[in-house]
Design a protein. Structure first.
Length: 744
């Protein structure tokens, strides 16, 4: 009781301190706004890229130092490093009002220490680890002078052709929302104002992941229901976690570019969700509204964007050139500009930059944090957690460390930079080739001195010729086991890296066939930034690990899994199609009026006549070196009222010989509703660690929120009726089920 009282009083003290501090900031902003010229205000809404690196088409080639000195630039991107940021900040301190600059950067999966690509991390289903990954990235980035990361990307994606699928958390709204929350918390740590916290930026608002045909920057056309139900919730979760900023998006949504979309930015984000941070445009996206054909020119683009609630202009220069004129003619009320400026200044105050503009630019801290061995140790841990075991026949894995001869074959076995994955940070003067543990090195580190590691490339990633196949087969013949490392290059996924053909590139699968024909045990490692198609391999090769792009410690993490020092426990956060013709494919589809019964029923049912309906690997799927049994499902009631909580419990036992982790997944289906509902929807999950023979009880609580959806009037509601409850090891492997009723 005493402890509770203390916690209560501390919380009250903290809340009153924060609101007093906020009121104080608002007063300071009022005072500052009064002193600012319109040009200086627009400066706060203008962001440019530094001269060392560009992450989009460069449109601005002016003298940024001069503009900063004149108060005409408020934020930079692609300016990294304690010294380099300090240099720019010194220039800002020569401006009339000495308003500090913000430095933003795409810190997407780690900083100097690279963690797995976000899609891989999502496969860990480990929210604590995902939060820690963002935390450590923020610790490093903030030590290198940065205040702001353009992450997390929280776009739901049901189309693996889209190159940016690697940057998000996959296809599922529930999992994606939990991960969005964890990532924002990780980046912002104990809150803005702490020197190791950076502002998060939920992007791309909104629906960018649904680009038609999976082609980057393409249009999005979707129903309001799908927008609210599937695409917006991760953004809401990011806002709830306190994301300081949002980024809008390149796509148009139902005919209106997201950047000029008032409904998204003003009505939903700043209105309904009461978001007090600021919105930055995507790179050049304000100017690009003319190319969309939404506005005549950049002046009209600036008018549309600021009116719609896009506060900061990244790189297009449309605000710089036009906003003052638009205010002068009265087309843009000065209050609209003031509101945008206030939002930006508020964050600068919250970060503490007005007290000390150089507080993040500390070379000693930079030196320490960028070389912190704990970060590398964590990189190995989260990389192992991200590897999905897709197949393991005849207990091919784990391999014995005493194996005499291992052949490592394939175009990616010695890959260096690829392991960083797309969207990794490049620090000037850092030799990244030395920072990566390759698969070859990781496996070599693991083998005893009596073992031999042979290597053959087989072909390069494009694999257009079989010239080197014979040599690879010869190498395989000399070995006791073959590890084949195939996949796509890191830069075949990411921004502007959509692919129409997502098969293993070139003749890679032909190489796999040749090696498999030697009769040696074969383990295939697939490196990729998206689900790839590899049907023959999936049918014929005994063991497959999906290794994505795992970052600095990739090779060690993969070797840990190959040789059983870590028991794989990742689960797919996205459905793997059999072939591109099934796309878009996702587990939470509707039933239709003519659902097929299994893969073989095709006549007058909703199916293909030349392709199965089922995916190659379903959402939530992943194997372990041990096995788990589910039993004793109990519901504490079979009928619940809207304000009841229904308790679900079950037992899970590790029935194998190795310790391992299981991801217990809870799916629900609303049998009949005023709008049709998916065949199942993930609504909760638990990741459990179990020793051999150990049993644990898992408990879930179902409340009204978990049963709710958008009804015909788009009201968030739960309708009375019967619900199916499914507990599974994946979306397609339901182990226990029951049903219950929601009553009035
Ligand atoms: C991307 C954003 C990114 C920005 C800055 C754009 O091209 O769409 O996600 O944050 O560039 O690099």
């Amino acid at each position: 009781m005493r402890l509770l009282k203390i916690i209560f009083s501390v919380t009250i003290l903290f809340v009153s301190f924060t609101s007093a501090q906020n009121a104080n900031f608002e007063k300071k902003i009022d005072a500052l706004l009064k002193r600012m010229t319109i040009e200086e205000k627009i400066g706060q809404l203008t962001q440019y890229s530094g001269d060392r690196k560009a992450t989009g088409p460069v449109t601005f080639k002016g003298d940024s130092e001069k503009l900063i000195r004149e108060g005409k630039i408020g934020a930079m991107l692609n300016v990294i490093g304690a010294d380099y940021t300090r240099r720019y900040q010194e220039v800002a301190m020569q401006s009339r009002l000495k308003i500090p600059l913000l430095f933003g950067q795409d810190v997407i999966h780690g900083f100097k220490t690279t963690f797995p690509i976000p899609l891989a991390e999502a496969a860990s289903w480990d929210l604590e680890a995902i939060e820690r990954s963002a935390r450590l990235a923020a610790v490093e980035a903030s030590a290198a002078g940065l205040h702001w990361t353009f992450a997390p990307m929280v776009d739901i994606c049901r189309d693996p052709r889209w190159g940016r699928v690697m940057e998000g958390a996959g296809e599922d709204t529930y999992l994606g929302s939990r991960i969005a929350f964890a990532r924002v918390r990780g980046f912002q740590g104990r809150g803005l104002g702490n020197v190791d916290s950076v502002m998060a930026c939920a992007k791309h608002f909104a629906a960018y992941g649904a680009a038609v045909g999976g082609r980057d920057y393409n249009s999005v056309d979707m129903s309001e229901r799908q927008l609210w139900e599937t695409y917006l919730p991760p953004f809401k979760a990011a806002a709830d976690a306190g994301a300081a900023t949002f980024m809008n998006s390149f796509n148009d949504l139902n005919g209106i570019p997201a950047t000029g979309n008032r409904y998204l930015q003003r009505d939903i984000l700043k209105g309904k969700w009461n978001f007090s941070g600021f919105v930055v445009s995507d790179w050049g996206s304000i100017g690009e509204m003319a190319a969309h054909g939404y506005v005549e020119d950049r002046r009209a683009a600036a008018l549309a964007a600021i009116t719609a609630g896009s506060d900061m202009d990244m790189e297009s220069g449309a605000y710089r050139d036009n906003l003052a004129g638009l205010v002068k003619t009265g087309e843009v009320p000065v209050a609209v500009v003031d509101d945008a400026v206030r939002r930006v200044l508020r964050k600068k105050f919250e970060l503490g930059l007005f007290d000390d503009p150089y507080k993040f630019s500390d070379p000693a801290r930079e030196q320490r944090e960028l070389n912190n061995p704990e970060h590398l140790a964590f990189a190995r841990e989260i990389a192992r957690k991200s590897i999905v075991l897709l197949k393991n026949e005849n207990r091919t894995l784990p391999l014995s460390k005493d194996v005499k001869t291992v052949a490592l074959i394939g175009p990616l076995a010695k890959a260096v930079r690829d392991n960083h994955g797309f969207w990794s940070v490049e620090l000037p003067g850092v030799d990244y080739d030395k920072l990566i543990v390759t698969q070859f090195d990781g496996i070599k580190n693991k083998l005893g001195s009596d073992s031999r590691l042979l290597y053959a490339e087989g072909c390069d990633v494009d694999c257009r010729t079989d010239e080197k196949f014979a040599g690879a087969v010869e190498t395989a013949r000399q070995a006791d086991v073959v590890i084949l490392s195939v996949g796509e290059r890191a830069n075949q996924s990411g921004e502007a890296k959509s692919r129409s053909n997502i098969h293993l590139p070139g003749m890679q699968e032909e190489l796999i066939r040749k090696i498999q024909a030697t009769g040696k045990p074969v383990v295939v490692l697939i490196n990729a930034g998206r689900p790839l198609v590899f049907d023959w391999t999936a049918d014929n090769v005994p063991a497959i690990l999906y290794t994505w792009w795992l970052g600095s410690e990739a090779g060690n993490a993969i070797a840990d899994v190959l040789f059983g020092d870590y028991n794989p426990a990742a689960r797919l956060p996205i459905t793997f199609p059999r072939t591109e013709g099934q796309i878009p494919i996702y587990y939470n589809h509707f039933n239709t009026g003519r659902p097929p019964r299994g893969d073989d029923s095709t006549n007058y049912v909703s199916a293909y006549i030349d392709l199965k309906n089922s995916p190659r690997f379903p959402f939530g799927f992943g194997l372990s070196y041990t096995s788990f049994e589910y039993r004793d499902l109990k519901l504490d009631k079979k009928r619940m009222r809207a304000n009841d909580k229904l308790e679900v419990s079950l037992k899970v036992t590790n029935t194998g010989r190795l310790a391992g982790e299981e991801v217990v997944q809870l799916y629900l289906r609303d049998r009949v509703a005023s709008v049709v509902r998916p065949v199942k929807e993930l609504r909760d999950f638990r990741k459990l660690a179990l020793r051999p023979g150990e049993t644990k009880e898992v408990r879930f609580v179902i409340d009204k929120e978990k049963l709710s959806f958008y009804d015909q009037k788009l009201q968030w509601t739960a309708e009375p009726g019967r619900f199916d409850l499914m507990i599974g090891a994946s979306s397609a492997d339901i182990r226990l089920s029951d049903s219950f009723e929601l009553v009035d």
